[in-house]
Write a protein that binds this ligand. Structure first.
Ligand SMILES: Cc1cc2nc3c(=O)[nH]c(=O)nc-3n(C[C@H](O)[C@H](O)[C@H](O)COP(=O)(O)O)c2cc1C
Length: 138
């Protein structure tokens, strides 16, 4: 079936910084106002949830594996992510995730994102599509 999904529609936004923090296993501990607005949830609906609440099904697993391998090692990660809004639309962000360390121990992580540019989106679409196809096959 190749019918387009009516909910699979892009939500675009011009500016602003989307910020969230998590504990060491990825449970949301903080969401700024922009994150709530762009994801379409209230702060109460986000805080306490796993960050995968906004995972889009067309994101390859390997992208998140790379994210987690990097940040668990105490390093910063940047990448383009397609996210799912509460209303079913998707939005693209350029994301930067930083480990928060205290006395050499990771206390959690903070992510800051801006809207991804059209070029960034066009470049990543075929890469993610190939990765996803490889995952579905295996
Ligand atoms: C600080 C931080 C921010 C994250 N931001 C996102 C995000 O914007 N979208 C997303 O799908 N996953 C994000 N993740 C990754 C999720 O924790 C999760 O690994 C991902 O959604 C895939 O879901 P899964 O691990 O259940 O397969 C973030 C993780 C951390 C630590």
């Amino acid at each position: 079936m190749n019918r387009p999904d009516p909910l699979d529609e892009e939500y675009t936004f011009e500016d602003g910084l989307i910020v969230s923090s998590t504990d060491p296993i990825g449970i949301i501990t903080y969401a700024n106002r922009k994150f709530c607005e762009i994801a379409g949830y209230t702060r109460d609906e986000l805080v306490g949830q796993n960050h995968n609440i906004i995972r889009h099904h067309s994101m390859p697993k390997v992208a998140f594996k790379e994210l987690w391998d990097t940040i668990k090692a105490g390093k910063e990660w940047t990448g383009i992510v397609k996210n799912l809004r509460k209303d079913g639309k998707y939005y693209w962000v350029y994301s930067h995730v930083t480990p928060i360390e205290k006395n050499g121990q990771i206390q959690g992580y903070t992510a800051a994102r801006r809207p991804a540019s059209r070029n960034e989106i066009e470049e990543i679409i075929p890469i993610y599509a190939n990765l996803l196809a490889a995952e579905i096959k295996s």
